[in-house]
Design a protein around this ligand. Sequence first.
Ligand code: SAM
Length: 366
Amino acid sequence: MARVIPLTDARAAQPNGSVPHPSAAPRVAPTGELADVRGRLLRDLRVSVTDRCNFRCVYCMPKDVFGRDYPFLPHAELLTFEEIARLARVFKAHGVKKIRLTGGEPLLRKNIERLIEMLASIGDLDITLTTNGALLARKARELKAAGLNRVTVSLDALDDGVFRAMNDADFPVAKVLEGIDAAARAGLAPIKINMVVKRGMNEHEILPMARHFRGSGHILRFIEYMDVGHTNGWRMDDVVPSAEVLTTIGREFPLEPVDAAYTGEVAERWRYRDASAGEIGVISSVTQAFCRDCTRARLATDGRLYTCLFATTGYDLRALVRGGSSDEEIGNYIAAIWLQRADRYSEIRSEHTVALPKIEMSYIGG
Ligand code: SAM
């Protein structure tokens, strides 16, 4: 029997009162220096190109909710590549410098390399992609040729049994490792490896993962398990704090902190004292929220714009794109949304906020 989750379908949520109607958004010159009410500039855009995934990670798209009957978005509701590229141009004019394609599983979107080509032709954009790696061995070269700069690959364990239990699609570790190797050969470097650490599930994989990727040139990053969406049954007790990850690794391989490469970098960087072994990162979204520096906007699969991973209100850019608005009008609306942005969910997370309606990660883009 499928588990019934009282999902608030916030995909239909209306914008809040302080954002003007798109037709009334005042003109904002695209200076590329758009700051929200907390002084945070718009710099990154994450685009969820599909809400579908070939994995059913237990902490993200649990099978008992995302089963055979799950109503994924019909194709006509997805932004087309032309629409994404057009919006990317408008976002770039307002300051975006980096675009990350995500999902769902972005490599499931047919002809994704065509979208990458279109984004690359805009120029001066750092184009990256987050993937579970399942299709990477097959696609790495085409992605690179299309103009993709780098990839981040999610991998939660090296132990095959643990990994299969977490992806719940019976997918083997070896195939993901092949994908990582193919990406390295194709020059999609530096490759980041994301490991979500969930208490009682894979924390004993922290050291094996560190040993494996140490000295490989790839950057292993440990992500605190977050309360995104409604379906994963998140509890604070399931979070393994980054401090614990660092202590575990530091006992075997001494570490020292590295300065952030840029403002808004989500991962806190640490390097092995043995300099040739490279560095790792920790993403402490729960225990040390980094809302203060968050420069990310998120374009959901159906073209709604969210200004926080935990937002409940999305702004329908697809309606504008399909309704005949000019680039300038769309830019003004994006500016109006960003200028009033005040979210800092992770900083105010509490037992009360956990129960608030939230959007599933696969739709809003991880
Ligand atoms: N399918 C792609 C992948 O697996 O990388 C891209 C989408 S996935 C939603 C993006 C990232 O979000 C992955 O690294 C995944 O592990 C992470 N993620 C998903 N649910 C999470 C949660 N509840 N807490 C922390 N990270 C999560």
